[in-house]
Design a protein around this ligand. Structure first.
Ligand code: MG
Length: 337
């Protein structure tokens, strides 16, 4: 990136340009070994305890959508980023940037759904902040959450731990969140059927870790979708990946909506799904533990990490061809989360 370049919406896509921004602009200024792991949460030792720490901001538009709202999203997103490092999420902060004129009843509705999500996830909001900006200074409401979790002893989960031969497990159907948001935004005819998958995944993760100590990497495929997440893990771990299109769970409505809109479902955002890379001999045990959990009932092994093609993700399509699965390059849908 050149100094005269400007920030584009695509720099917030979670895809290729987001990664360029991080690696070329942010990382050189904050370089340290915790940040350089490029995982969903930083993991470090403090007073003999292994902790995970993460933060995330939410700018989703619209604020309310089928299956959730900005509050539930902000709560679950941070819980999930902690859970992806194997941590048990404990304490959260919540900061609100509110535009002048925002309705208190809408704020109460958002807080109510945050409260329910916090109860389900077993986390406590222990600190917060409120700022109000002039009309036009924010689009209604933005939320930032940060979270702290405890990593159980012996847990070592990172996007850089995948090895050739490991199985790739996806916890359920892809694209539900992205399509729920776009249909809400555009008032499309299919909007009644598609619901965001927004959910806290820490319970699912704890069942997985109970089933095996050989879960090596986990990540939630949010912005940038499954394709970006697999590329990230492949690059961090310097392995290739081969997935099978026919194994990837997707709802018929979501697939149809993607076809209609010209979207690749592999790039669609998810807010209640995870990808896990698991040692081959443990994959079936982890899969069956996942399927017993409500958020993992459609879990499937979608492929494996391979020896050749380090950093590259390949997909065998339903028609038998092989194609390269790239990170999202432009911006499919801004302000998805
Ligand atoms: Mg994440």
């Amino acid at each position: 990136m050149k100094k005269q370049d400007r920030i584009l919406l695509a720099h917030g896509s979670g895809g290729k340009l987001s990664h360029d921004l991080i690696s070329q602009v942010f990382l050189p200024n904050f370089a340290n070994p915790f940040l350089e792991r490029l995982d969903d949460a930083a993991v470090f030792e403090l007073s003999g305890e292994s902790l995970a720490f993460t933060t995330d901001s939410y700018v989703v538009s619209p604020l309310f959508f089928k299956g959730g709202d900005i509050g539930k999203l902000a709560l679950c997103g941070t819980v999930n980023d902690l859970a992806m490092s194997g941590a048990v999420p404990r304490f959260l902060s919540v900061a609100f940037i509110i535009e002048e004129g925002f309705l208190v009843k809408d704020l109460l509705r958002i807080l109510d759904s945050m409260k329910s999500a916090a109860e389900e996830a077993g986390v406590v909001v222990v600190t917060g902040d409120t700022k109000v900006v002039e009309k036009g200074g924010a689009d209604g409401l933005f939320i930032n959450t940060a979270g702290l979790g405890v990593v159980p002893p012996g847990t070592d989960i990172s996007g850089s731990n995948a090895r050739a031969g490991d199985k790739i497990i996806l916890s359920g159907t892809i694209g539900d969140h992205g399509i729920a948001i776009i249909s809400e935004r555009e008032g499309l005819s299919f909007q009644t059927k598609i619901v965001s998958d927004c959910a806290p995944l820490n319970g699912l993760v704890s069942e997985m870790l109970k089933a095996s100590t050989e879960v090596r990497a986990m990540r939630d495929p949010t912005r940038g979708g499954l394709a970006s997440t697999l590329n990230e893990i492949a690059q961090q771990s310097r392995v290739g990946m081969e997935i099978k299109e026919e194994k990837i769970p997707i709802k018929e409505d979501v697939f149809g909506a993607c076809e209609m809109l010209g979207f690749d479902p592999l790039h669609e955002a998810n807010e209640g799904k995870l990808v896990a890379v698991v040692a081959a001999n443990a994959a079936e045990a982890v899969l069956s533990a996942m399927r017993k959990n409500r958020y993992g009932k459609d879990a499937a092994i979608i492929g494996e990490a391979i020896e050749g093609q380090p950093g590259r993700v390949l997909m065998k399509t339903t028609v038998g061809a092989t194609r390269i699965v790239d990170m999202l390059v432009g911006e499919q849908l801004p302000r998805i989360c």
